[in-house]
Every structure is written in structure tokens, then in C-alpha cells.
Design a protein around this ligand. Sequence first.
Ligand SMILES: [Zn+2]
Ligand SMILES: [Zn+2]
Length: 367
Amino acid sequence: MKAALHAKIGSPLVIETGIEISGPKEGQILIKTEYCGICHSDLSVMESLDLTPMILGHEAAGIVEAVGKDVASVSVGDSVLMSPIGPCGSCVMCENKRHTLCERGQSFVFGTFPDGTTPFSLNGSPVYQGLGVGGFAEYTVLEERNVVRIENGLPLETLCLLGCGVQTGLGSVLNTAKVTPGSTVLVMGLGGVGLSIVQGARIAQAEKIIVSDPVEDRRSKATQLGATNTIDPTSSDLLGEIFELTDGAGVDFSFDAVGNSDLIAMGLAANKSGGLTVIVGAPPPEEELKLPSALHLMMTEKRLIGSLLGSCDAQKDIPAFVEYWKNGSLDLESMISHKYTLDEVNSGFDALKESSGVRSVIKIHEK
Ligand SMILES: [Zn+2]
Ligand SMILES: [Zn+2]
């Protein structure tokens, strides 16, 4: 089958037609992948992870082709979304409802199933399954817990965004931060995750949603999706404007959707006493925090928290997010700016690097 391979650090993906796939084994599902969004974490892996060859793409949707022994939640022909982290439901973390910290769920970092195997191979050698999904391939095999069944007939080219970017953004608001009605929110960075945070804040009935991004198009997209105030951080005193917009009070919640220590520090500075700053974007591995003084944090009771995949339980949250889309409170269509075929996947990464548009979606099969 055909797939786009991460073959060398810092290089574009390579289209390879000789990939073999095995499975599904017990508890696994073989999926014909239909669509996969391009997420910034794919680019981070291409630029920094020397675990090759690897099939990236982790924001995917498709149709069940075959199920392994003991799979009960889906049948052949079902429409499914795929999630990079699937909670096992029975470890200590899952029992404490910390599903993204599931002891069996984080093998995605290593590109294999928890037992160290991968479903993909090329000329007899293993090919890693990047970020737990392997969505830039015509078929993939996932464990049942990473696969979420949705109603058949819904548009997979739209709903695939729920796999990572939207799950991360909405979840960071609703699960990690638990934004409250009437609160003030700051969102820094307006890619797919940042715009999902904006929509989450609107759904959570935040009163003021202030957004900051250097790209004008993205700021106007944020306004369309629920932002109440926009700031261009390149041409204005960001912190000064935030305090002006909040009558000198600062914000209740600030979100860094980029993964940048300057923005995290900005979030802490912009918070009210008792406010919460959430790290949602994935920072580079070497990025260190720049914190205010310990006394300042002690006196203000400001809080700083990380959010991995929106602290979501994919099996419970993805169906809830599909309902938001169905009832019109979640706009996914406006977030898709580019569509490409699998052969054109590197054009999608070029768009991402140039901050052109918001999200690119790859159509995996030609026909
Ligand atoms: Zn992602
Ligand atoms: Zn678990």
C-alpha cells in the first residue's frame, strides 16, 4: 500500500508504495483511512525525531475494514475517528480520570504498540507508527481504545479534525481549565488548536475572549468563531492592551497554543490573581520556562498547568464534540483552509510552515 514516510530528520516526507501492513491482532482494528489533517506535532517530529522510517499523520478518520478477536465496539463498515491516545480504562491514571496519562496510552511517543510491535513494514523491516495513528497511509491498525465509532454517513473530511487539534483545544478549555461562564480568556496563537480554544471558550460562555496572533487572517477567523477582541502582538504592547481591555484586572484564563516560553510568561503576567495559565501547544524539548518570582506566585496564587490532548477521554469526549458540531456550536468547516491528496502531502507542510490558512486535510485515497 501507499504511505508518506518520515525517512530522514529535516527532510520532506517520501511517498512509498511498497508498505506492508499486518493485523488486526486480538483487540485491534484494521481501518481504511479516508482523511487525515496535518498537525504541528507531525512537523515537530519531522524536524527533531530520529526514529525512522515512520508513518506520521495523527488526525485521521476512516472506515473499519476488519476487526480482531474480542473487539466489541465497532464492526466492519463503521465510520470511525482515531485518537493518538486511547485510555485503557483500568490503570491507576484511568481510574482517577486522568485518561491522557494512561499507563498504556502513551506508547505513541515511541511509535509502536505497548508490546513494541508496529503494524507497518517495508522490505521486511519495521516502520514506526508515528504519534499513535499512522494516518498518512491507505490503511492502519489501531488498538480498540484508540478508535471511536461515529454515526455512519457523517463527513469524515471535516470530522477528522476532532482526532487531535480540536480534541486538544476544546478539551483544554472544558477539561483542563474548566473555564467558567462570565470569565475572561486570553488565547495566544490561532492555528487549529488556538481557534478550537476560542470555540471552547465560547461554548463555555466566557464573557470576553481576547486573542493574539501576528497573522491578520487568523485574527479575523477567530472573530468569526467567537473572539471578542483581537490583538496584533507585533505592532502593539500586548500586555498593556490586555489590561486595558479588562479594566486593569487581567484575565481569568490564559492559553498558550504555540508552546513558547515567552507566551507562557506573558500568560502568567496577564492573569488576575488566582488566574490559570494553560500550556497547550507542544514546546520544543529544550524549551525552558521563564517564571516570575516565587514570591509573586505565592502572593497571587496564580497557577500554571500543562494540557496533553485536552485532558480528554477520547471515548467519551469525541462523541460529545461531534454533538457540538451537529448542533451548530462547533464550526469545523471554517477551520479547513487547504485540501490535498496523499501525493501532495508536503504542500500541506509548506502551508503550515508559512502559517498559510489554518488546517490542511489530506485525502488519502485517489478515486
Ligand atoms: Zn496533533
Ligand atoms: Zn489506562
